[in-house]
Write a protein that binds this ligand. Structure first.
Ligand code: GAL
Length: 684
């Protein structure tokens, strides 16, 4: 078998698909038999890696500066003897009691200005020098003790960074951040439009974070606060990374993110500082929305995580069956576990890691599913399905690990634009569904077996043939120029309603047809924007079919563009609702209202240049086909059936099923929730 020897290696010490997950032996130290049994069961489930120590600070440093690594030494040695690798965590996600008792400044101050009590996790100030120092000490001790252990292949920095703190130290740091950005208060007052309502700042000390008890009207403040939270979180994370790298710079670091739909942080920015992108995926399988729609939404998030570094990522957490934190936490039905893992790998994951290996006995997560449940037996459906995944990963690892996800199209997703849009106080505060706007465009690619990257405004878009820009309200400095160069050079751009409205500080662009607004590229300017009541619709006819338009309708003033479709109703009936403008060697399209997914399915098919597909046949509804490529020239085709009924995919060539080894051509029949991973490689 040819291996992808030259491929991207995210865990050089153990360059294989990882199978395992969060393991919390610190909860079980009084149960030595359980720990021994866990290792036996892990082997049985083909687990090759565990994330250790994520919330173990109280056991690692039970009193200030008194460390107890004995138990962890034993566990890591036992795991290593059993051939199980370790993704070792820094424990900063939850602090021990003594730390908060002695140094109350480490606890967060909430939006109302009061300090939190001890409790919960992720309840620490990212600015506090004491917290940073205590974290540095424990991280360094861990690194000194374990960096050279052969089992340790990666650092898992903290856990799901999130939240903010408004203590005096954070406020001071925020003001420094603003001084570095604006230099003078005059500049800040202008960029924040703070003379509005006489909110003009006359000293830096007057600047407080936005709060429901105070300032919410200055949108630039709100936006910069969110940027500061990312900045300060990244700074904290970098300090942790520096601590572990000071002992061994060669072990890769990751920090588990929460995917595209978590909007508390700008992951494109955080992603710069880690070696490996990893994330925790918890889709609501079997919810009324339908598994195919849920899969489409989740695939989008996988694609975004992969696109941060344009490298394979790690699926760091998912549940073996059910969560316990939703209002209704449903089991994964038979087959869904493996299917959801294949889906992650199809979109670029090189692992299947779970929360968690052994189910907690008490406290907040005692009913969250695990590989090993309270019964302690391997004779459960969940255990069997996890084992099946482990066996599959062993079979595909040599081929899939490190392979790439080539994409000729990109969708722009800009977290900072979402932050601004959410607070825009614009024509429709009853809901502008930014994620929905992206999903309605993404569906075309997902349903047609076309890989697509999900990139932010900083991305180099020059290599793509098609760029889709759904509802991109805020344009940061330089982005418009990159779009112009892209279209001028022959690219196809599709933008949708409420794009290019404000600059990076949420100040509206001025003028009618201006280059800043890309009017030369788009060939129109927007005179006014109508918002529609819930239930109210306008319409367009495109290629003989009528589509309903909702939410917002821009009234367009064409300059050089052609009209592709016109509004069907209201006083702007018969004016352009869809436009096309030839610019340089490329074309820029605009959809001036919120259009349904079916419209984008039809429109992108017409407007897009020819894009590489994973398979050149019709893909049945509910089936997704995705491509990864090995540097050895092999193509890997991931076929997934998200319906509970059998589906048939017509194949366009001869393939080998790399899990079963069977040759397949003509037709691939997949049972309900079935999947297959095919390769163009033929055994000779
Ligand atoms: C994740 C978290 C884990 C665990 C899991 C439960 O968000 O990182 O520690 O709480 O959720 O689903």
């Amino acid at each position: 078998m040819k291996r992808n020897d030259e491929m991207h290696t995210i865990t050089p010490k153990f360059p294989k698909m990882l199978h395992g997950g969060d393991y919390n032996p610190e909860q079980w130290l009084e149960y030595p038999d359980v720990l021994e049994e866990d290792i036996r069961l892990m082997k049985q489930a083909h687990i090759n890696c565990v994330s250790l120590g994520i919330f173990a600070w109280a056991k690692l440093e039970p009193c200030e500066n008194e460390f107890d690594f004995g138990w962890l030494d034993t566990i890591i040695d036992r795991l290593w003897q059993a051939g199980i690798y370790v993704d070792l965590a820094t424990p900063s996600g939850a602090r021990p009691h003594w730390l908060a008792d002695k140094y109350p400044e480490v606890l967060r101050v909430a939006e109302d200005g009061t300090r939190n009590l001890f409790g919960h996790r992720h309840n620490h100030c990212f600015t506090s020098p004491v917290y940073r120092e205590k974290v540095r000490i424990i991280d360094t001790e861990l690194a000194k003790r374990y960096a050279s252990h052969p089992a340790v292949i990666m650092w898992h920095i903290s856990n799901e960074f999130s939240g903010d703190c408004r203590c005096p130290m954070c406020k001071a740091a925020f003001r420094e951040f603003l001084k570095a950005k604006y230099s003078t208060l005059d500049k800040l007052n202008h960029e924040w439009w703070a003379n509005f309502w006489s909110h003009t700042y006359t000293s830096w000390e007057q600047i407080d974070p936005p709060s429901y008890k105070g300032e919410t009207a200055i949108h630039g403040l709100d936006l910069d606060w969110k940027r500061f939270v990312t900045h300060q979180t990244a700074d904290f994370m970098r300090a942790e990374i520096a601590a572990v790298r000071s002992i061994d710079p060669d072990i890769p670091v990751t920090a588990n993110f929460m995917g595209m739909y978590f909007d508390g942080l700008d992951y494109y920015e955080l992603g710069r500082d880690v070696d490996v992108i990893s994330w925790d995926s918890y889709p609501e399988w079997h919810a009324p929305l339908g598994n195919d729609v849920i899969a489409m939404h989740e695939s989008l998030s996988h694609d975004m995580m992969r696109s941060i570094k344009k490298q394979p990522f790690l699926l760091m957490e998912c549940t073996p069956s059910t969560t316990n934190w939703r209002s209704i936490s449903k089991l994964k039905k038979p087959g869904m576990h493996k299917l959801s893992i294949v889906n992650a790998i199809a979109h670029g994951a090189d692992s299947a890691m779970y929360f968690q290996i052994r189910q907690s006995r008490g406290s907040a997560e005692k009913f969250h599913s695990a590989v090993i449940s309270h019964t302690g037996t391997s004779d459960t459906r969940t255990f069997r399905e996890v084992t099946e995944v482990g066996e599959m990963l062993e079979k595909i690892s040599d081929r899939i690990y490190g392979s790439s996800s080539p994409a000729e199209a990109a969708i722009i997703f800009e977290p900072q634009s979402k932050w601004a849009l959410d607070k825009a106080q614009g024509p429709r505060n009853a809901g502008l569904d930014y994620f929905g706007a992206i999903q309605r465009c993404y569906h075309y690619f997902w349903a047609n077996g076309i890989n697509v990257d999900i990139v932010n405004e900083d991305a180099d878009i020059s290599g793509y043939k098609l760029v889709v820009m759904p509802m991109l309200y805020l344009w940061r400095e330089g982005f418009g120029d990159r779009l112009r160069t892209f279209v001028n050079g022959g690219g196809t751009l599709i933008s949708t309603v409420f794009s290019g409205i404000v600059n990076e500080n949420d100040l509206c662009f001025l003028g009618e047809a201006t280059e800043e607004k890309l009017s030369d590229v788009m060939g129109y300017w927007v005179e006014e924007t109508d918002s529609l009541y819930d239930g109210e619709v306008n319409s367009i006819v495109y290629k003989g079919k009528e589509y309903k338009l909702t939410e917002l309708c821009e009234v367009i003033r064409p300059t050089t563009c052609d009209t592709v479709a016109v509004y069907g109703n209201d006083y702007y009936k018969d004016t352009p609702a869809v436009t096309a403008n030839r610019f340089g060697d490329g074309t820029a399209y605009h959809i001036a209202a919120n259009a349904p997914q079916e419209f984008f399915d039809a429109f992108i098919a017409d407007a897009a240049p020819e894009l590489k597909r994973a398979v050149n046949t019709d893909i049945p509804r509910g089936v997704s086909v995705t491509l990864r490529e090995g540097e050895n020239g092999e193509s890997y085709i991931f076929v997934q059936n998200f319906l509970d009924t059998e589906q048939t995919l017509t194949l366009d060539g001869s393939y080998t099923d790399i899990v079963s080894g069977a040759a397949c051509s003509d037709k691939l029949i997949l049972e309900g929730y079935g999947s297959a991973i095919l390769s163009t490689y033929q055994e000779s």
